[in-house]
Design a protein around this ligand. Structure first.
Ligand code: UD1
Length: 425
């Protein structure tokens, strides 16, 4: 297995181009199931999760073509004309939870689907009850059979008023797609407001759906009997941007994040400026700099958008590990998202966990170590710690990084990091 090797303490200087968002591209690819016409997506990132979803969609019968090689933008064309298989098997859904998003579109367009329950996940139990309850309210008959969700709606789905008890990105996406082909109006109340939801909704509108309230907590969808194809560009990845912002900050460097949207990073920019990091817009994106002065400890709580994203919590903790003073980091979205903590502590961080909060007391320096992590964002937090640490850090299980970061080592090395991928067997 490949490893990433880093020799730390080099400030990053330069520009990093932010790619299309993984968490937007995945639901957009699934939206191709809603029409027999071609959906063309620009700026699809090259990531393991995208390949996993391509495999799932291909086995349903979606034809997928990809253009654009090398590091440039990639165009994906998905055509769901001949959907032959309504089963999303355990082997593929277990690899990646976002696969569960096929449930709503399949049942809405074809009247039945059999989708594996996602099963356990490294960052908590992550149930799918909100997806299932919402589809039931829209008229699907759902039962669980041998670990699979079996959904039937022989006469199609109908509109409904669905009130989410908690904000869920995935459930909002699943139901928004299903509602686009349902009979009548669906109201999603306490819906997620993430930029990836807005991106999906914008694409659905271009496919002929009638949707309003995107970006607010109430989304209204008027169902259509059919949708058509369109061409849509995937929104830039705010989590990739936030990660490299923290990489610049932890090394005391200055990096321009080309294509990043500052309005998608408002909560992150506020926290970073409280920590002594300057974040400002440029013509091409966002400039992040900690040229002068030490990092200060600041408290952070993860929340649904527009709050601070849980997908940047681990990276923020690495940053706070080297700050002056203490930081209280509270995770409110997932119940078990501190797997990076023991590994950061092996690099010299001083962290105490109490229930859903972690008290991080900044230390003057981190030291390199062999480390590994069990999920994507935890792994990248160890890369950040490695960039700031004295000596050699070796990160194992690089496949977690490949799920969500395209050419990570190239992008960091181009800004002066001493980082390399060591090929394994
Ligand atoms: C998405 C993101 C993930 C991010 C998360 C929160 C994708 C592909 N993944 O995941 O990177 O960390 O949003 O921003 O976009 N919940 C339930 N029942 C459900 C669904 C969710 O209780 O049916 C709970 C979850 O356990 C969690 C919370 O709701 O505590 C939020 O989860 P959700 O927003 O659904 O996350 P995902 O869509 O899986």
């Amino acid at each position: 297995m490949d490893k990433i090797r880093i020799r730390g303490t080099r400030p990053l200087h330069g520009a990093i181009t932010i790619g299309g968002a993984k968490n937007a591209a995945l639901p957009l690819m699934v939206a191709s199931l809603l029409t027999e016409k071609a959906l063309i997506l620009d700026d699809v990132p090259r990531l393991a999760d995208i390949a996993t979803l391509s495999n799932l969609l291909a086995q349903h019968g979606v034809e997928i073509g990809v253009e654009g090689k090398g590091s440039g933008s990639r165009v994906m064309t998905l055509t769901a004309r001949d959907i032959t298989n309504m089963v999303a098997p355990y082997d593929l859904v277990r690899k990646m939870r976002a696969s569960f998003l096929v449930l709503g579109p399949l049942v809405a367009r074809f009247g039945h689907a059999r989708v594996s329950l996602p099963g356990g996940c490294a960052i908590g139990t992550r149930p799918v009850d909100l997806h299932i309850n919402g589809l039931t309210e829209m008229g699907a008959e759902i039962e669980i059979d041998s670990g699979y969700v079996v959904a039937r709606a022989p006469n199609g789905l109908h509109g409904a008023s669905v009130v989410f008890p908690t904000v869920s990105v995935g459930a909002t996406e699943n139901l928004m797609m299903a509602a686009a082909l349902a009979d009548g109006e669906t109201r999603l109340i306490n819906a997620a407001r993430e930029p990836e939801i807005v991106d999906l909704g914008t694409c659905l509108i271009a496919m002929g759906a009638e949707i309003d309230g995107l970006g607010s907590d109430t989304i209204r969808v008027q169902g259509r009997s059919t949708l058509h194809g369109t061409r849509h560009s995937v929104v830039p990845d705010r989590i990739e941007a936030g990660t490299y912002a923290m990489a610049a900050a932890i090394t005391g460097g200055t990096v321009e994040l080309v294509n990043a949207h500052l309005e998608h990073l408002t909560a992150v920019a506020k926290v970073l400026s409280g920590a002594g990091v300057s974040v400002s817009p440029t013509e091409r994106g966002v400039l992040v700099s900690r040229a002068n002065g030490a990092l200060r400890g600041v408290d952070v709580m993860t929340e649904p958008f527009p709050g601070f994203p849980t997908d940047l919590q681990a990276q923020m903790m690495a940053l706070m590990a080297t700050a002056t003073g203490a930081a209280m980091i509270t995770e409110t979205i997932f119940e078990n998202r501190y797997m990076h903590v023991p590994e950061l502590m092996r690099m010299g961080a001083n962290i105490t966990i109490h229930r859903s909060s972690a008290l991080v007391r900044g230390v003057p320096k981190l030291t390199g170590a062999p480390v590994m992590a069990t999920d994507l964002r935890a792994s990248v937090s160890l890369v950040l710690a490695g960039l700031a640490a004295e000596g050699l850090t070796e990160i194992n299980r690089v496949y977690h990084l490949d799920r969500g970061y395209e050419r990570l080592e190239e992008k960091l090395a181009a800004c002066g990091a001493d980082i390399e991928r060591v090929k394994g067997d």
